[in-house]
Design a protein around this ligand. Structure first.
Ligand code: HEM
Length: 164
């Protein structure tokens, strides 16, 4: 994968150097840059802008879109909140939070047994919620991929299947 800024740089420094070899024929950085620029111009002329996101596939109903977006926000919020609650809980207990060897995290909450007890419960609740949110997300992806067969998983996979 050549990122657009790397391509721009390569075009400036080595315009004639081979960027791609397709079927035995080499394409220079200059030619590739010009093709990418044409594709980008065509997309812009169709109303696309930098930062636009891929639309949901039509197999996902408007209600499912709302649930999918909300569950994503919930998952990311919990992934941020849960470690913070863990950190706060151990801070309230004045328990050493060892990162590595002598490196300890500083306390973020005052020393309080009541606070510790409350946060310990919150930590368990959030852990269940995180697990449920993950299961719901995973179940929906499995349903779409195996039952609806709309290749939803391919959109999420970091290695994304090319050209499919
Ligand atoms: C995404 C991050 C985290 C997840 C998913 C997570 C999840 C969990 C779960 C499932 C439990 C067991 C709950 C129970 O038995 O009721 C637990 C316990 C605990 N967690 Fe976390 N945790 C996270 C981050 C942290 C962090 C950052 C700390 C501290 C800095 C922490 C400190 C603790 C402590 C002290 C316990 C109690 C252990 C015990 O009672 O033996 N956690 N956590």
């Amino acid at each position: 994968m050549i990122y657009i800024h790397s391509l721009g740089r390569a075009f400036r420094y080595y315009p004639q150097r081979a960027a791609l070899v397709v079927g035995g024929a080499a394409i220079s950085f200059k030619a590739l840059h010009s093709r990418v620029r044409n594709v980008a111009a065509a997309l812009v002329s169709h109303g696309f802008a930098a930062g636009d996101r891929l639309a949901f596939p039509p197999t996902i109903s408007p209600r499912e879109r709302v649930v999918a977006t909300a569950s994503e926000i919930l998952l990311y919020s919990l992934l941020l909140l849960q470690p913070l609650v863990g950190w706060g809980m151990l801070s309230a207990a004045r328990y050493p939070i060892v990162m590595y060897g002598p490196v300890h995290l500083f306390p973020i909450l005052p020393h309080s047994a009541i606070l510790y007890a409350a946060l310990r419960k919150v930590h368990t609740l959030l852990a269940y919620l995180l697990f449920l949110a993950f299961l719901a997300h995973f179940g929906a992806v499995l349903f779409h991929t195996l039952v609806v067969r709309d290749r939803l998983f391919n959109r999420m996979a970091p290695w994304r299947a090319r050209g499919r």
